[in-house]
Ligand binder design. Structure first.
Ligand SMILES: *Cc1c(COP(=O)(O)O)cnc(C)c1O
Length: 378
C-alpha cells in the first residue's frame, strides 16, 4: 500500500484544495451489477448518452483512419474540426477551441482564471463539475437555487451577480433539472454579470432543446454583447460520441482561446475523436433521428410519471428529474436489482430526486415499471 511509504505525510504533500475535493460520481457500473445480481441485462440510464450511439458515418471515418494508421500525433488543435465549427456558427476559427470533452474546457477555464479565494457562481441543483473544478483551484463556489417550481429565481440571481465574481457557470438546459432559462431570463443573467467576470454557458444539451418553444439562442444573444463569455457544446450527448471525448467552446475573443491553449495538454483531443466529430457534424439525419426519439419519449415518459403521481421537472433535455418522494439512494439501489441504473441526486434539498436518461421506448418502459414497483405511489 502507498500508506507504507507516506502515511499521514501524503496529506501534507497534497494541496488543501485537493484534500477536501469531492469525487465525481459517474453512477453505477453495468458490468458490476450484472455480476452482483446475476442479471441477464442492465439498462444504463445514468449518463444521458444517446441510445442510438454514434453516427454510422463517424464509425466509417474512424475505420478509414485506422486503416491509414494511428502512429502519429494528431493535429494539436484539431484545425479541420475547428474550421467546420467556425463555419457552422459563423465565427472566426480563432474563437473556437476543442476539448477532451467539454469537461476538459471547464477544467481549462478554471486553471486559466481561478486562484485561491476567487468567487464563482453557479446553479443549485447543478452540474457537479461546475463546482469541483473551481474548488480544485481554491475558489469559493456560490450556488443560486431555483424556485420551488424549478424556475428562475430572478431576485436571487440579481443579488448573487452583484458581488465580486470571476466566473459564472450555468448549464442551459440545466443538468439535472432539464429546464432552461428563457430568452428574458438569460438576458437578465447576461446584463447583471459583472463586465470583469467570465460568463460560461454550458449547452451540453443544446441539440435536444433548440426545437423547444422559448429556448434561447445564447450565441445570438451574446454576439452583440461586449463582455467576456464562452459557450460550450459537446459531441457526447445528441451526437452520441461520449466514449471519444470531444467538446468545444466558442469564446467572445481569441485572447481567451489563446489562454486556454497555454494551459492545455498539447494533444488533448485524439485523432479518432477529431475524425469522428467531423463526420458526425455532417450526419444530419442521425442527429435528427436522435432528437426525434428524445422529443417523443420525453413527452411520453413525463406524462406517464405524472399520471402515476410523481413530480417531474419540465425537461428540454434528454433526461428527466423526478421526485421519488423517498430517499433516492435507496430507490437507486432497489432499481439496481431490476437491472436499471439511474442517478440519485445528492445535493441538499434534492435527496429524494433521481435523474433518468431517456432511451429507447422499451428501456423507458422497463424503467417506468421498475420505478413504480419500487416507489408504489398512491
Ligand atoms: C454531460 C455534460 C457535460 C460533459 O460533456 P463532455 O463533453 O462529455 O465532457 C458538460 N456539461 C454538462 C452540463 C453535462 O451535462
Amino acid at each position: 500500500m502507498q500508506g507504507k511509504h507516506l502515511g499521514n505525510r501524503l496529506d501534507a504533500l497534497l494541496r488543501p484544495e485537493v484534500l477536501g475535493l469531492a469525487l465525481y460520481d459517474p453512477g453505477a457500473d453495468p458490468d458490476t451489477l450484472l455480476r452482483q445480481y446475476g442479471l441477464g441485462s442492465v439498462i444504463k440510464l445514468s449518463n444521458n448518452e444517446n441510445p442510438y450511439g454514434l453516427s454510422p458515418l463517424a464509425a466509417q471515418a474512424m475505420q478509414r483512419r485506422i486503416a491509414l494508421g494511428l502512429g502519429r500525433y494528431p493535429d494539436p488543435s484539431g484545425k479541420a474540426l475547428c474550421a467546420m465549427l467556425a463555419r457552422k456558427h459563423d465565427v472566426a476559427a480563432d474563437r473556437v477551441m476543442l476539448g477532451n470533452g467539454s469537461e476538459n474546457l471547464l477544467e481549462l477555464l478554471c486553471q486559466a482564471l481561478l486562484g485561491p479565494g476567487d468567487r464563482v457562481l453557479t446553479q443549485a441543483p447543478g452540474f457537479s463539475l461546475h463546482e469541483i473544478y473551481p474548488r480544485m483551484m481554491g475558489a469559493h463556489v456560490h450556488k443560486v437555487p431555483c424556485t420551488d417550481t424549478f424556475g428562475f429565481a430572478a431576485a436571487a440571481w440579481r443579488q448573487a451577480l452583484a458581488g465580486p465574481l470571476k466566473l459564472v457557470f450555468i448549464s442551459n438546459p440545466c443538468n439535472p433539472l432539464g429546464t432552461a432559462y428563457s430568452t428574458r431570463e438569460l438576458q437578465t443573467i447576461i446584463r447583471c454579470t459583472p463586465p470583469d467576470c467570465l460568463l460560461v454557458i454550458d449547452e451540453a444539451y443544446f441539440e435536444y432543446a433548440i426545437a423547444c418553444p422559448g429556448y434561447p439562442d445564447a450565441l445570438a444573444l451574446l454576439r452583440t454583447h461586449a463582455r467576456p463569455w464562452m459557450v460550450l457544446r459537446t459531441f457526447s450527448k445528441a451526437y452520441g460520441l461520449a466514449s471519444l471525448r470531444v467538446g468545444y467552446g466558442i469564446a467572445s475573443e481569441p485572447g481567451l482561446i489563446e489562454a486556454l491553449h497555454r494551459v492545455r495538454t498539447p494533444y488533448n483531443v485524439n485523432l479518432l475523436a477529431q475524425e469522428a466529430a467531423c463526420a458526425a457534424l455532417e450526419d444530419t439525419p442521425h442527429l435528427e433521428k436522435s432528437v426525434a426519439l428524445v422529443t417523443r419519449e420525453r413527452a411520453r415518459l413525463t406524462q406517464a410519471l405524472r399520471d402515476a403521481g410523481l413530480r417531474v421537472a419540465p425537461s428540454m433535455a434528454n433526461f428527466l428529474f423526478v421526485d421519488t418522494g423517498t430517499d433516492a439512494r435507496q430507490v437507486v439501489q432497489a432499481l439496481h436489482r431490476h437491472g436499471v441504473i439511474v442517478k440519485a441526486w445528492a445535493e441538499p434539498g434534492y435527496q429524494t430526486f433521481i435523474r433518468v436518461s431517456l432511451a429507447l421506448p422499451a428501456d423507458n418502459d422497463a424503467f417506468l415499471r421498475a420505478l413504480l414497483h419500487v416507489v408504489a405511489p398512491a
